[in-house]
Design a binder for this molecule. Structure first.
Ligand SMILES: NC(=O)c1ccc[n+]([C@@H]2O[C@H](COP(=O)([O-])OP(=O)(O)OC[C@H]3O[C@@H](n4cnc5c(N)ncnc54)[C@H](O)[C@@H]3O)[C@@H](O)[C@H]2O)c1
Length: 397
């Protein structure tokens, strides 16, 4: 069993896979389409970050490939549809950098409340500007969190511990954490918050979600943070409100168009304002998050390959069976057509085999069923299942 990990994936991934019996090959860079096609024969698990494109052509040529791990948050570098059609599971790490984003946001709020960007700038210019004017503690201030998902809820807990009053607005039903208060409209949140922090997701409907009207509704001299997605905010409108003094300061980590490579030039209408912290999409970029991503994704790959679990797969139906039982496990990925379960159950009944667990899930035209049984199916029965028109693959553990 072989795993190929590209793009400097954290050693935690290597340790996790080696402990599960994999031979791991590590490469520091990404590979082109042709290089990948050449490298993949004999590889069962492939690990990539955001710079390796796993295209349909690559997937067509990779006959030994069982799963792809994206050791990052995004998965658009992989042709997910083709991977699903071939039964190749794709995994990522959607929550591993939550804490890192929260810590950056907290740091930025305090830095802006104490006017650190301007103060440090003056010091570097050789000017001693000792004054308390415009500097505030955050204790007792109201933090408005827009988007109360993984990051928003964790920010809520940490901010409350610092003495913030937390209010939040979310379009979905989200229970309040700690003493946070849910507000029914965005407008209510904007009117009461001393700091507004955006943590909405990147669904298409959120493009341009926060613009001139929303900035105008914010409290005078409030602070604004965006570490969610660049396209959700109209930064021209933010600039206008910063220049007019209505917004006291802002921290922005994400931009509508971000440079691709390290060292590429960057431009934004927010450049040059000394009450704005600009960071190059580093909210989730910490050593701790990389380590967490390393073992999290490696564990998902191993549990899929060795136990049949598709837990948190982004492209296959999700079935999360318990750890391997003393008995025998069959996994069948199939086209979601009528009669598959009946056929499968008949196969076990004819063999006189007792089914102790059966889990099924379907998604986008595919079905995945996991069966734990008292006895293994015979080779002939397995061959018949594998040859069935509905089968994508059948595996046993
Ligand atoms: N800066 C970084 O490095 C970094 C790192 C990780 C995640 N992110 C981004 O942070 C954002 C939040 O991530 P998450 O894991 O918490 O996502 P999540 O999906 O767990 O939470 C998003 C929440 O926003 C809510 N929401 C969506 N649209 C809304 C709207 N218009 N108004 C109010 N609520 C709305 C959803 O109902 C959900 O509760 C995402 O956009 C993600 O891409 C950035």
């Amino acid at each position: 069993m072989k795993a190929l990990l590209l793009e400097n994936i954290h050693p935690a991934a290597v340790e996790t896979l080696e402990a599960r019996g994999y031979e791991v090959e590590l490469r520091s860079g990404s590979l082109s389409e042709d290089e990948l096609i050449e490298a993949l024969p004999g590889v069962h698990l492939l690990g990539v970050r955001s710079n390796t494109n796993v295209t349909a052509k690559v997937l067509d040529a990779a006959s030994d490939l069982v799963a792809v791990g994206c050791f990052c948050i995004g998965t658009n570098q992989v042709d997910l549809k083709t991977a699903a059609a071939k039964g190749v599971a794709v995994f990522n790490a959607p929550y591993s950098n939550t804490r890192s984003v929260v810590e950056l946001v907290i740091a930025e709020i305090i830095a802006l409340a104490r006017r650190l960007p301007e103060k440090t700038q003056r010091m570097h210019e050789g000017v001693w500007d000792k004054s308390a004017k415009g500097s505030h503690e955050v204790r007792g201030r109201t933090l408005g969190i827009v988007g109360y998902g993984n990051i928003g809820t964790q920010l809520s807990t940490v901010a409350e511990a610092l003495g913030f009053n937390v209010v939040f607005y979310d379009t979905a039903d989200r229970p309040a954490h700690g003493t946070a208060r849910r507000l029914r409209t965005l407008r209510e949140l904007l009117e009461v918050s001393d700091v507004v922090s955006l943590h909405v997701d990147g669904r298409p409907g959120n493009a341009g979600f926060f613009g001139a009207a929303e900035f105008a509704q914010m409290k005078r001299r409030a602070l604004f943070i965006n570490a969610s997605r660049g396209m959700v905010v109209d930064y021209e409108a933010l600039r206008d409100h910063l220049v007019s003094g209505h917004i006291a300061g802002a921290a922005v980590d994400v931009f509508p168009a971000e440079p691709k490579a390290q060292g590429d030039p960057f431009d934004s209408v927010l450049r040059g304002l000394d009450n704005v912290i600009l960071t190059p999409h580093i909210g989730g970029s910490t050593q701790e998050a990389q380590e967490e991503i390393g073992w999290f994704v490696a564990e998902k790959l191993a549990r899929f390959a060795l136990e049949g679990s598709t837990a948190l797969s982004v492209n296959l139906p999700v079935v999360q069976p318990p750890e391997l039982p003393a008995g025998h496990r069959l996994g069948l990925l199939h086209h979601n057509v009528p009669g598959v379960l009946a056929d499968l159950n008949a196969t076990f009944a004819e063999a006189g085999d007792n089914v102790v667990l059966q889990l099924l899930s379907t998604k986008d035209g595919l079905g995945y069923v996991v069966i734990d049984a008292a006895e293994p199916l015979s080779t002939a029965a397995l061959d018949r299942l594998r040859a069935a028109e509905y089968a994508v693959w059948a595996r046993t553990w």
